[in-house]
Design a protein. Structure first.
Length: 226
């Protein structure tokens, strides 16, 4: 996988680590390129900031995180040219080396209320939550607390919209200033790798509330009311 160009909205992801924010929230349409760009920026930031630290990469399950985040990252040509990367499935850990530095990106799954126990006790220099709206609040908040002892730690969140009654929408997206968070809202047109035909095909695959959420990127109730 290679990236010849990025959109202005995707470029904002890479600016985040250099700005006065503690967290980044990327929400919106499916296939908008937010997850892949966030993981690349997450690794870039970590490798230029830390050495010998552990960081968290969280998905709904370990398997979904491996499929949606780790495998695309490991197939990105530019990242392989710059970094030595090795993923160990037995420990769900990506080891990345760069100019004498090494950091460890540990994959966690937040599928139910018991999942917070999996992330307890570890110190993390940063956490990326992919599809955070599908994770229990207890797991997300446990992950956040794992970073509190690291001065330069940052939080990275991505998701597609759910109900406007969702706790993450109310607590984070509606109140980014409360968390010193940068909020970026994505549409498929923010992904330069998608052709007009691909966008049209994706748009025709959904209707009703799913069209509103996954194509328009709007947080709406199941009955379609904002």
């Amino acid at each position: 996988m290679t990236y010849r160009s990025i959109s202005p909205k995707q470029a904002e992801i890479f600016r985040f680590p250099h700005e006065d924010y503690d967290a980044l929230i990327c929400d919106g349409a499916v296939r908008s390129g937010k997850t892949s760009m966030m993981m690349i920026a997450f690794v870039e930031w970590a490798m230029h900031t830390f050495n010998g630290h552990s960081l968290g990469v969280c998905g709904k399950t370990v398997q979904s995180a491996e499929r949606n985040i780790m495998m695309p990252l490991l197939s990105t040509v530019s990242m392989n040219r710059k970094y030595l990367m090795k993923y160990t499935r037995s420990t769900s850990t990506l080891t990345v080396e760069y100019r004498g530095r090494v950091n460890y990106f540990i994959v966690f799954g937040g599928k139910d209320e018991r999942s917070y126990q999996l992330i307890q006790g570890i110190t993390l220099a940063g956490v990326l939550f992919d599809e955070v709206a599908l994770m229990p609040r207890s797991f997300v908040e446990q992950g956040i607390t794992r970073t509190l002892s690291i001065d330069d730690a940052k939080l990275w969140f991505s998701c597609n919209p759910e109900s406007p009654d969702h706790w993450f929408y109310l607590e984070w997206i509606q109140q980014p200033e409360k968390h010193r968070a940068k909020h970026l809202h994505f549409l498929m047109t923010d992904n330069p790798s998608l052709t007009d035909k691909a966008i049209a095909r994706s748009s025709s695959s959904f209707s009703g509330v799913f069209y509103d959420r996954y194509i328009l990127g709007v947080w709406v109730k199941a009955e379609g009311l904002i």
